[in-house]
Design a protein. Structure first.
Length: 355
């Protein structure tokens, strides 16, 4: 992690999450955390459509909250970011990227010119009589990276780096495992799935205690459900999160009001679809060369707050499901107060960049 206080920004379609933090002996010390509505139409699937609106909203928060930082980082999730797994000969470090770019030209003819690439090692193995490396490549459009860097500059922040959600998650999980030597809070597992329940996208990542093994984005989120809730119940967008937490209980069959019944009737199809998508991804992963099924599933993101969601998913999938609401890799200062980890996983994970 970078020294000194840094502002990490995670921009979703509905909400912008911001965390001010710093490195304290390898653990993220959260100084403060904020969330504000994303300006309408400013972002679509991770692509910035209205940078000036985003900059205005973030600058207003910085001014009103008295945030005093000079450096910024951004974490992104987007279908425009290409992810590929490649198996390649073991070569000297200086030759890795040129070899990967040559291979990736098959998928993206202009990757060297139009994309920024990141590489992580999945595993080393012996194949065809020689050592080989299995790697994961992230390729982000250069125009996207430039827009986010420009956004940070518009907010009077020095851009430190730009990371993708799955990569940040990988590092946060590694730090959590390392910091949780007693394996409390259900962290005694060898393989786990982490599900980011977003507004536009649902991202399912499978990790062991050391690294990210597999990640898949499903182009389905809570946007349609939220639109229907507002349309059919007359609930405003600002009140929607609180209403869902108050009225939704996915294992109840009787409700105290007609409004509660309607909320649950609208939410259930979303939950059913997302549960099916998670099952499909896990089955696909498990079917690859007889890979094992995850031992546990962690949920995070705004809709992980839905009451009894984990219980209902566990019944359907047949794997223990937990809401990820705590990690020893994140320490919250007394000044910051309580931190709802569910909503800030991606903003916090971005701090754990390996230099």
């Amino acid at each position: 992690m970078s020294s000194g206080k840094v502002l990490s920004i995670d921009i979703g379609k509905g909400t912008i999450h911001l965390v001010v933090g710093s490195n304290k002996n390898g653990i993220l010390e959260v100084d403060s955390a904020f969330s504000i509505p994303t300006p309408e139409g400013a972002v679509k699937e991770g692509m910035i459509l209205d940078r000036s609106a985003l900059a205005f909203a973030i600058n207003e928060l910085i001014k009103e909250s008295g945030i005093k930082v000079s450096k910024g980082i951004v974490s992104v999730k987007s279908t425009s970011i290409i992810t590929r797994e490649l198996t390649m000969p073991e070569v000297p470090p200086a030759d890795i990227l040129p070899l990967i770019l040559l291979e990736m030209e098959q998928y993206l003819p202009n990757i060297a010119k139009d994309y920024r690439t990141g590489v992580t090692l999945i595993e080393s193995q012996v194949g065809a009589g020689a050592r080989q490396n299995k790697v994961r490549v992230f390729a982000m459009p250069d125009t996207m990276a430039e827009e986010y860097a420009s956004l940070l500059k518009d907010c009077h922040l020095k851009p430190l780096y730009l990371d993708v959600h799955a990569n940040g998650l990988n590092k946060l999980v590694q730090r959590t495992v390392a910091a949780n030597k007693d394996k409390v809070g259900g962290w005694d597992w060898k393989l786990a799935a982490f599900v980011d329940l977003g507004k536009e996208l649902t991202e399912i990542s499978i990790l062991n205690s050391e690294k990210l093994l597999f990640t898949r984005q499903v182009p389905y989120g809570s946007a349609f459900m939220d639109t229907e809730l507002m349309r059919q119940t007359g609930t405003s967008e600002t009140a929607l999160v609180t209403k869902k937490q108050e009225l939704v209980d996915l294992v109840r069959s009787e409700f105290v009001s007609e409004e509660a019944r309607k909320f649950n009737d609208i939410v259930r199809p979303y939950v059913s679809r997302v549960t099916n998508e998670i099952q499909t991804v896990i089955q696909f992963y498990s079917g690859r060369v007889a890979e094992k099924r995850p031992e546990i599933i962690y949920l995070f993101g705004g809709n992980a707050h839905l009451k009894s969601l984990a219980e209902l998913m566990e019944q359907a999938i047949g794997i223990p499901v937990r809401v990820w609401n705590d990690t020893p890799a994140i320490h919250v200062s007394v000044k910051a107060g309580a931190l709802d980890v569910i909503n800030y996983v991606n903003a916090c994970a971005a701090f754990y960049r390996n230099d």
